[in-house]
Each structure stands twice: as C-alpha cells, then as structure tokens.
Design a protein around this ligand. Structure first.
Ligand code: SF4
Length: 194
C-alpha cells in the first residue's frame, strides 16, 4: 500500500472531536474535487505489518483514523484485522464512492456528488454523514435520502473572516431549523494543530 503520511493528533471534526487518534493518510483519490486542499498525491510504499508497527510506535492511543485521498481504494480487511487484533478502533473517512471492508468500526462519509462528476454514493452503511455547508441557498435536500446514524454540518472555511462569520451564522440557523443535523467545527484549525 502507498501511504502519504502517518501522524498522531486529536480528531478535529465530527462525532469523535477531541479524541486522540493516529491518522493514516493513504495516497491517491478517484475524484478531482475543485476545492481539494489535501496533499495526498505523493506517498511511500509500506507493508501492512510495517504500517501497524509504525502506528504502535507512534502513540499509546487505540483509535486509528484511516483517511486520504480516498482510503477505500487501498484499505484491506487484513489490515483492519491486524489493527483489531491489537485492540484498535478503526475509523475511516471516505467520499463514499467505493466499498469498504465490512469490519471497519466507524464510517465517516463526506459525499461529493453535489459538485463532482462521477461521485455517486455506493455505501451500504454510514455512521456519520459530514457535509460542508457553503451558506444559505445550498441545496440540502440532496442529502435527505441518505441513511446515517449522525448528520454533521460543517461551515465551509473560505479563508475570509467576514464570509466565514456569515457562513457560520447561516450554518447555525440551518441546524436550528433542521435539528437532525449537528454542528461540526474544524477544531484542528481553531487550535492550530494538525
Ligand atoms: S474526495 Fe477528498 S481527497 Fe479526493 S479529490 Fe475530493 S476532496 Fe480531495
């Protein structure tokens, strides 16, 4: 498998915010989202056993977040089993276009079909749906039919303080009007951590 980076931090977003987590960022993605800000294109080759050793050496935490790029292109049942054997909870962050091993413990899906051609959702199970909100007027009805245990709305960071404040305010208004959604903040940016 090809990995872009492995690092230890706190989960910044969504249901597990604040949880100490080892992040494994797989290289490569099957989509080309116009706003993609993730540098996942480069990477190094590593075996599953070596990857697990690197994870164990990095921290005493037992929470692993597999992310990308698009991790479903590389994640195997055998890697999930190796992690489970060592007591890890395995969470995955995916665009939802590609199947995942059934054995993963937590699936966070950020669908991209709203703005990216070919990003059709094809997951039988989603634990956490995470949608970036760009402000009032965004068509949220496209998410109505998606079944997920939790629905998180995250204000889009457009890099401009005034617009960001407006988007945060509109996100809160939307959630209050549609209380099946909860607020997710990018606390890693607020705290200036990874
Ligand atoms: S799915 Fe994620 S990693 Fe892939 S191009 Fe889109 S934003 Fe980037």
């Amino acid at each position: 498998m090809t990995v872009n980076e492995i690092f230890y931090s706190l989960q910044g977003e969504g249901r597990w915010t604040g949880t100490p987590a080892i992040f494994v960022r797989f290289s490569g993605c099957n989509l080309r989202c116009p706003f993609c800000d993730t540098d996942h294109s480069v990477g190094f080759s590593i075996t599953e056993d070596e990857l697990v050793r690197r994870i164990e050496d990095l921290s005493p935490a037992r929470f692993v977040v597999i992310t990308g790029g698009e991790p479903s292109l590389q994640l195997t049942s055998s890697l999930v089993s190796l992690l489970h054997d060592r007591g890890y909870f395995v969470a995955v962050e995916t665009n939802g276009t590609h199947p995942l091993p059934d054995s993963v413990d937590w699936i966070t899906c950020s669908p991209k079909f709203d703005f990216c051609d070919g990003a059709t959702l094809s997951l039988p199970r989603i634990d956490e749906l995470k949608v970036v909100y760009r402000g009032a007027g965004q068509n949220m009805s496209v998410y109505d039919s998606i079944d997920a245990r939790f629905r998180y709305l995250q204000p889009c960071d457009v890099g401009n303080l005034i617009d960001n404040r407006r988007i945060i305010s509109e996100t809160i208004t939307f959630i209050k009007d549609n209380p099946t959604w909860k607020l997710s903040l990018q606390t890693q940016k607020i705290l200036d951590i990874r």
